[in-house]
Design a protein around this ligand. Structure first.
Ligand SMILES: [Zn+2]
Length: 216
């Protein structure tokens, strides 16, 4: 089952295996996390910047920003969407319907994530353009803590940053060093629709920020 409220200290023993802090090599049991865009690929990076600029210009909370029943409809099993699928760049709508369908979708996303050796997954990566992400830094079903975030917003980010090598299920075979804030303060809703705020650091902060990029 997908736990809704993460613990700020939810760091599994596997987190020490993350190739982080200027480490450029990957351990043999490296779990793939989600890379927004491969920074070592100039064409992709330029395209990514264009998408980000567009997303910010178009940002608002109008009625059509909320997902309709058809936006939330899915047929399992879900499959990973890979670049250059346009769904990876489409606008992701906010969610205001918290029901059994949404819980089922989150469970299905965890299934795909574990099967593909991921530790995080965003909804657009399974072709759903909605503000939903799941992650479990442990990367194994039954271990660590499963986290589901709906409509997440970053309230604060530390000036201190860390460099870490990331991969992405939607960009198979591509890895790149990505610099991100070491800790972030987040505002989100859980799978039941309850609003909450919390701080993330270490591996959970890294995974969250990667997934969050997919939702912008
Ligand atoms: Zn990714």
């Amino acid at each position: 089952m997908a736990a809704a409220i993460p613990s700020p200290l939810a760091v599994s023993s596997r987190s020490c295996l993350l190739p982080c802090l200027f480490c450029h090599t990957r351990p043999h049991n490296w779990k793939r996390i989600i890379l927004p865009f491969p920074t070592d690929s100039p064409p992709l990076r330029r395209a990514a910047l264009g998408v980000f600029a567009h997303a910010r210009r178009g940002f608002s909370f109008q009625e059509d920003d909320y997902a309709s029943p058809s936006d939330l409809k899915f047929v399992p099993p879900l499959k990973i969407v890979e670049y250059p699928d346009p769904r990876l760049r489409a606008r992701n709508k906010r969610i205001n319907t918290f029901d059994e369908n949404l819980k089922k979708l989150a469970d299905e996303m965890f299934d795909v994530m574990y099967k593909t050796d991921g530790i995080g997954l965003s909804a657009p990566q399974v072709g759903m353009n909605i503000q939903l992400m799941v992650f479990n830094p442990a990367g194994e079903r039954g271990e660590g803590e499963e986290i589901v975030l709906v409509n997440p917003v970053v309230q604060k980010a530390t000036k201190k940053t860390l460099l870490c090598n990331e991969g992405c299920l939607s960009f198979p075979g591509i890895f790149a060093d990505v610099e991100r804030p070491a800790s972030v303060k987040i505002d989100a809703r859980d799978i039941m629709g309850a609003r909450f705020r919390f701080n993330l650091s270490k591996l959970p902060a890294r995974v969250f920020q990667h997934e969050f990029d997919h939702l912008q």
